[in-house]
Design a protein around this ligand. Structure first.
Ligand SMILES: [Zn+2]
Length: 329
């Protein structure tokens, strides 16, 4: 069972989980047709009933099918609903085939997917792709909410944003390391990674600001591995904390933060290689996406797609992204 309450094996075998779909290609998606894609979304939405609709308002399992519009009318309370009602895909404009293809393209991007690339691949507007990828990130992050970590937990921080371009002439250049010369846009991503388990990222201003968050999410009795940064000194008071001095070595008597480093390596590659720039207010979303990709990196892309699909159908309407069109128009 996953932390957010769903079990991907529940409700028998889903197409995306069958041997045939362990790996899923765009060729498969586009050859299955929109009806099969629609049925798949029904299975992702209603795994308990193997894809049979039930009313999101009263829970009644009896409904009339309005086939032409792919809608349902609840026999008990007369509520009209569709497979995407009340989910992150509510009011979708895309076909189910395109939606499924978007998920597959998205999970296939080890360094993330740029909205511009997705808009070209799916022949849709840039803004559609932009909102859709952010909705997928939001669904991925649901799983990480309220997560607690135990055992051996690696903790590290990395700074993102706030880049200041050096002046052309050497004489005009300033010392960009000094606080007075920074632009205040720099943020710190702190990652906590359980050995053999899951990850949890947070955004703070400075590394040391994350100690209260560590207190909330790392269980008592856990062992923390961190580097020599002074921000982590306070951790010794709450947990057995072992430090590795990167100036001397990367692993000291088995103590290392290599899992945390590989997380930052992926997030940096996403920033530099795919998105080129990450706006400060979205850093949280990309940090969560990188954690999801690290945690499921060994899963084949069929199962990754299924996980994202389940998460999207289990997430409520997006607070941040629903109605984006109306607001931005
Ligand atoms: Zn009802």
């Amino acid at each position: 069972m996953e932390p957010n309450g769903y079990d991907i094996k529940r409700g028998g075998q889903h197409f995306l989980l069958s041997a045939k779909a362990r790996t899923i290609s765009l060729k498969t998606v586009f050859s299955m047709g929109d009806e099969a894609a629609y049925n798949l979304f029904c299975q992702l939405r209603w795994p308990e009933t193997d894809g049979e609709a039930y009313c999101p308002r009263c829970g009644c399992t009896d409904s009339y099918k309005i086939r032409t519009r792919r809608q349902f009318e609840c026999k008990a309370c007369k509520h009209h609903f569709s497979v995407t009602s009340g989910t992150i895909f509510a009011n979708r404009k895309m076909s189910f085939t395109d939606l499924l293809a978007a998920i597959v393209i998205f999970v296939n991007g080890a360094k993330g997917i740029a909205a511009l690339q997705l808009s070209r691949d799916l022949d849709c507007q840039y803004k559609t792709a932009f909102v859709l990828t952010h909705k997928l990130r939001e669904a991925m992050a649901q799983e990480q909410k309220g997560r607690t970590l135990g055992g051996i937990v690696e903790i590290d921080g990395g700074y993102f944003g706030g880049y200041i371009k050096p002046e052309n002439r050497k004489a005009d250049r300033i010392d960009r390391r000094l606080k007075v010369n920074q632009n205040g846009k720099r943020q710190c991503v702190v990652i906590m990674r359980e050995r053999g388990g899951k990850s949890l990222p947070f955004i703070v201003r400075e590394e040391a600001d994350s100690v209260p968050l560590v207190r909330r999410h790392v269980v008592h009795g856990a062992t923390i591995y961190a580097d020599e940064g002074h921000g982590w000194d306070d951790l010794h008071a709450g947990w057995e904390t072992k430090r590795v001095s990167h100036a001397a070595n990367f692993m000291d008597d088995g103590v290392c933060t290599n899992q945390a480093e590989s997380y930052f390596s992926r997030l940096r590659r996403m920033e530099v290689g795919t998105h080129h720039h990450i706006a400060g207010k979205y850093l949280n979303a990309y940090a969560g996406e990188a954690a999801w990709r690290e945690d499921y990196r060994r899963l084949d892309n069929g199962n990754q797609s299924a996980k994202v699909g389940f998460a999207a159908m289990a997430s409520g309407i997006s607070r941040q992204w629903s109605g984006y069109w109306q607001r931005a128009a």
